[in-house]
Design a protein around this ligand. Structure first.
Ligand code: SAM
Length: 238
């Protein structure tokens, strides 16, 4: 499925059960992956102002964490904005966080001003963005020089051993069944393993980040290389 509108419609359809499916499918591990990503960024903003744009914000889980965790670093959150093109996902996010700011827009055209934010985050979103390179260029554009891009994504394993086989079995056979049971949407949870399969490996995505004007400070894979955290610093304008 490479049709961007279809992908977005699919997310709108599963939005009401999205959080529940996430927790069950990752066995709660996604919460720790998210917390680590937020911590890796906030360590650079101790006693400083920080503005954050969470792209492909979905139901707002990362935004909740940015809001909660900034205080622990004495970071002054001057702006927190969520961007997502899916009306269904944004509806759930707004119900969870009525006071937060949201923009309905695509990653490749966020409607945010040039050099206006210190941090761009995108968790489990970039894989769904058809215009990925354009989106990375947009992230460069909206970030201040020296700002951070933090990406969480399911990546392909580097080795083909037993662990990779077990991981592939879980992702391609077990996950779709759990997702379908919770959401009653077979297509969406068949799309999940396919989109992971079609996404890049860690080294290839790192190269895309370099080409988009970033230097990669962290690329750390978690839990049998299921999820990878990329922390990249904007080092040049494009
Ligand atoms: C797997 S969900 C991730 C949601 C959230 N970031 C999280 O961590 O739970 C993927 C999100 O990407 C959004 N999305 C799909 N295509 C997009 C695009 N072109 N630009 C921005 N977001 C997009 C979907 O609407 C959906 O909310």
């Amino acid at each position: 499925m490479k049709n961007q509108n279809k992908i977005i419609e699919m997310f709108s359809a599963i939005a009401p059960t999205y959080d529940k499916a996430n927790r069950v499918m990752s066995m709660g591990l996604d919460i720790q992956w998210r917390k680590d990503a937020v911590a890796a960024v906030l360590a650079n903003f101790i006693n400083r102002d920080v503005s954050v744009a969470d792209i492909a914000c979905g139901t707002g889980d990362m935004m909740g964490l940015w809001y909660e965790r900034a205080k622990g670093y004495n970071a002054n959150l001057t702006r927190l904005v969520g961007v997502d093109p899916s009306s269904g996902m944004l509806k759930v996010a707004k119900e969870k966080y009525p006071k937060f700011e949201f923009i309905q827009a695509h990653a490749a055209d966020t409607k945010l001003e040039e050099k206006s934010v210190d941090v761009v985050s995108i968790s489990y979103g970039i894989r769904n963005v058809v215009e990925r390179v354009k989106a990375l260029e947009e992230f460069n554009k909206i970030l201040k020089t020296g700002g951070y891009l933090v990406v969480l994504e399911f990546t392909k394993p580097s080795k083909n051993g037993l662990v990779a086989k077990a991981r592939d079995f879980y992702i391609s056979k077990i996950l779709p069944k759990i997702g379908e049971k919770i959401s009653k949407n077979k297509e969406a949870y068949e799309y999940l393993p396919n989109s992971i399969e079609q996404f890049l490996d860690v080294e290839t995505f790192k190269r895309e980040l370099l080409n988009a004007g970033f230097s990669v400070e962290i690329a750390k894979s978690y839990t049998f290389e299921v999820s990878t955290l990329f922390l990249a610093k904007k080092v040049r304008d494009l």
